[in-house]
Design a protein. Sequence first.
Length: 247
Amino acid sequence: MTDPLAQDPPLPPGFALPSLSAAEHLPLHGVTILVVEDSRYACEALRLMSQRAGARLRRADTLAAARAHLRVYRPDVVIIDLGLPDGRGESLIRELAMARQRPLAVLGTSGNLEGRGSALAAGAEGFLEKPLNSYARFCTLLRQFLPGLAPAVVEDSVICPDPLALQDDLTRAAAALSAEPDAQDRRYLTGFVIGVAHHAHDAALERAANAAVLPNGGGLEQLRGLLDKRLAVTSMTTAFAAKPEAV
């Protein structure tokens, strides 16, 4: 099945692509980006920033998918989340650091500040701290490693991803946690929820996920219950937003 986040969205009615002269002034015009990220919410933030800056973004949600993509395509920038379903992002960073034809920039990303050190030690040129919501910070960091781009003035703004992407992440986590995961899967899933909650500024959910990390910590049921509550709220909000106004 084709990942909708990996495709360019259709243009809205009446929208025209910028002329060449206008496109030349986009901060990341013509740049190709591969983001290796398991969270749709985090990836949606990157997609919105890339689209606004004139870059093309593709997504891989596992290390295996990223390696398959890199065997065919050569993106200018690769942004790699450090916690992925099939391993640590640092392993892919090391592979790219040693590659004969490496991207212009390999960046690590995580909501854990300790990830900066491990990403740079693995060979990354830079690090994007989550939450990924500052357009100027995103563009400025990438432009450091991309020579030849036209001069650009980047005005900052806060990027707010679609709540449906957050709902998708929480739904996935709730389903996986309800299946009685083993210790390894539990560590990954709780880490996934911690990252999503941190990106969504949900301190209560982040605390609950941290409490559920240990197998005998007794916090897994609390985390499941809180996820169910969050999903109920997002479902009601989505349904309300989709309901047509009364005539």
